[in-house]
Design a binder for this molecule. Structure first.
Ligand SMILES: NC(=O)c1ccc[n+]([C@@H]2O[C@H](COP(=O)([O-])OP(=O)(O)OC[C@H]3O[C@@H](n4cnc5c(N)ncnc54)[C@H](OP(=O)(O)O)[C@@H]3O)[C@@H](O)[C@H]2O)c1
Length: 313
């Protein structure tokens, strides 16, 4: 089968001809139709988990994907050959990922694609959609709160904006001028241009007492330290980038957390149901064929994502 893989950490991802992966007990083999790109995919290729988890090479890249069930491993119930499914396909120990014609997933990491949800939308949902879901839930976003979303224009942020607005929050989204209209259309009440000056100062000029919640999916530790003063005493700060120092924030009465998103099948089903019901939109920036996945990964690395990139297979 054709797949996009790396031969070692740091190698340039390339199209390779590789054996079709076979499902073991508890696993499902899927004929992939689409894969969703996440920054984590190129971070894994760079070796971010090297030394922590065993990797097998060639390593097929990609975690998120969607397709049609082709075969079931022993003991799998709840799925049948031909079902349209989506979910989590990264299996570093076996060299498996979603950027290939076939991929294998643990059955517990898959959910059915509901009627009315496009395969490309389903492929874009798993990591970004459930990370947003769990960030908003763990932050306890509630009606009437002011919620600052840093990184609002990317894959996770476009979902955070919608989910926080759906809970009745007043969402302030970071956006460069080119992306302000799009993030407003997703539910942001107002935007802050993070390229025009420090975000904290811009937000405090409008909200002198600070916002109730900061959800940050873009800042490194120094960036988080710089933006955190925008949060009021007793507020909440959650990040997907491991930038939060909970103890430092506690000194200001703020509850801080770093989300390590481990999506369940129930999480996957919940975000897909929101899409099926028309309450959540998948902001897709580009759809590219498998051959162009290496170039798409390079673009993701360069930054300026505007929603999700999907790879069709
Ligand atoms: N902890 C977990 O379990 C978990 C799960 C999922 C994702 N993540 C991580 O979360 C991060 C976001 O993922 P993603 O998929 O949303 O990435 P993405 O699609 O690449 O989007 C990043 C967005 O952040 C914006 N941005 C960059 N620097 C910014 C700044 N200083 N202030 C405001 N906005 C800024 C970018 O726009 P501009 O370039 O125009 O500024 C872009 O729109 C990544 O680091 C990813 O690895 C972690």
């Amino acid at each position: 089968m054709r797949a996009v893989a790396v031969s070692e950490f740091g190698a340039t991802p390339e199209i390779m001809e590789l054996p079709v992966p076979e499902p073991g007990p508890g696993q499902v083999q899927v004929r992939m139709r689409a894969a969703g790109l996440n920054p984590f995919d190129w971070k894994v290729a760079d070796g971010v988990l090297g030394g922590k988890v065993r990797h097998r090479f060639p390593l097929v890249l990609g975690g998120d994907g969607a397709g049609e069930v082709a075969a079931l491993g022993g003991g799998v119930t709840g799925f049948a050959v031909g079902d349209l499914v989506f979910g989590l396909f990264m299996r570093l120990r076996d060299g498996g990922g979603s950027y290939g014609e076939y991929a294998v997933a643990d059955a517990v990491g898959l959910a059915r694609i509901p009627d009315g949800v496009a395969v490309t939308d389903a492929a874009a949902l798993p990591m970004a959609g459930t990370t947003a879901l769990n960030l908003v839930a763990e932050a306890g976003v509630a009606r009437g709160q002011t919620v600052l979303v840093v990184g609002a224009t990317g894959g996770v942020g476009t979902f955070v904006v919608q989910l926080a607005a759906a809970r009745g929050a007043h969402v302030i989204a970071t956006a460069r001028p080119d992306a302000a209209d799009a993030v407003t259309a997703l539910g942001a009440a107002e935007t802050v241009d993070h390229s025009a000056g420090p975000v904290a100062a811009q937000v405090l000029a409008r909200y002198p007492h600070g916002v109730d919640v900061l959800i940050d999916v873009a800042s490194d530790h120094a960036g988080l330290v710089a933006v955190a003063p925008a949060v009021r005493w007793g507020g909440v700060v959650g990040a997907s980038t491991w930038a939060v120092d909970p103890e430092a924030l506690a000194a200001r009465g703020i509850r801080g957390f770093n989300l390590d998103n481990r999506p369940t099948a129930a999480d996957l089903g919940q975000v897909a149901d929101e899409v099926a019901a028309g309450r959540l939109r998948v902001a897709i920036e580009s759809v590219v064929p498998l051959e162009e996945a290496p170039a798409a990964l390079a673009r993701s690395r360069a930054g300026s994502a505007r929603g999700k990139t999907v790879i069709t297979i």
